[in-house]
Design a protein around this ligand. Structure first.
Ligand SMILES: C[S@@+](CC[C@H](N)C(=O)[O-])C[C@H]1O[C@@H](n2cnc3c(N)ncnc32)[C@H](O)[C@@H]1O
Length: 236
């Protein structure tokens, strides 16, 4: 067997379009539920279509939701609703999702598909910045430690603030997922090699990734799928 000492472990996933396409075409798209495919395609012409959660990360998320039997979930950053519909499809009939986004307009694209899928009653969409909603939820003591699952995909500079609040809302043993934690690979590049418009959030992402890794209240795994996904499990 040839061994290339310069070859880094896992050098390809985020660096090779061919390999990424291979995963999508071979493992992800053939298993993507029809309503999710429809929503993804309906979002494709949106100028910010790249906002949508990557379907490979979505596939992992769907499995995690089932593994923890998630019933009560919270999502920060809905956009047109890909991750929201995915969550709704993978929690039980009486499951509940609080979904927060400042932009109602983008959600209008996915909402009819969500309605058609018969899962709307699980969803409480709140048009608002996320922080005040989290603070409001925290005021109500009966919410503490009751969420099974949280997905954070908005407003990267507030990830640390969301984490502190979600650590109180998510139950011990529950999961907190943070998307875009590799920020297109920028986290591993010197700042001067990163386009200027990506530098500020690159720094926030690097700081958050380090802070959450130092947080011994969670166990954690940084998964190189999509744009990077940090999965935390609340320990105490
Ligand atoms: C990357 S997109 C979310 C993608 C979504 N998870 C999906 O699967 O399509 C980020 C979203 O966060 C929303 N957003 C930005 N700042 C926010 C904030 N402070 N509070 C809540 N939502 C915010 C944006 O309007 C945008 O729709």
């Amino acid at each position: 067997m040839n061994y290339d000492p310069n070859l880094k472990a896992n050098p390809v996933i985020l660096q090779s379009e061919e390999l990424y396409d291979y995963i999508l075409e071979t493992n992800v798209y053939p298993r993507e539920p029809a309503p999710l495919k429809e929503l993804r395609e309906a979002s494709a012409s949106h100028p910010r279509a790249f906002f949508g959660t990557n379907p490979d990360a979505g596939q992992l998320m769907a499995m995690l939701l089932k593994l923890v039997n998630a019933k009560k979930t919270i999502e920060i950053g809905v956009f047109t609703g890909y991750s929201l519909l995915l969550t709704a499809l993978n929690i039980p009939k009486d499951g509940q999702i609080i979904a927060i986004d400042i932009d109602r307009e983008a959600y209008n694209i996915g909402e009819p598909i969500i309605k058609k899928s018969g899962v709307s009653k699980k969803i409480n969409f709140i048009e608002s910045p996320a922080l005040p909603i989290l603070d409001k939820l925290l005021e109500e003591k009966t919410n503490l430690g009751t969420f099974d699952f949280a997905f954070v995909d908005a407003d990267k500079n507030n990830y640390a603030n969301y984490h502190e609040r979600l650590m109180k809302l998510v139950k011990v043993g529950g999961l907190l997922l943070y998307d875009n934690t590799l920020w297109g690979g920028a986290v591993a590049k010197p700042e001067d090699q990163v386009p200027e418009n990506k530098r500020r959030l690159r720094k926030h992402t690097i700081d958050f990734n380090a802070a959450v890794t130092a947080d011994d209240r969670v166990e954690l795994c940084h998964v190189p799928c999509g744009d990077g996904l940090i999965i935390c499990r609340r320990l105490c």
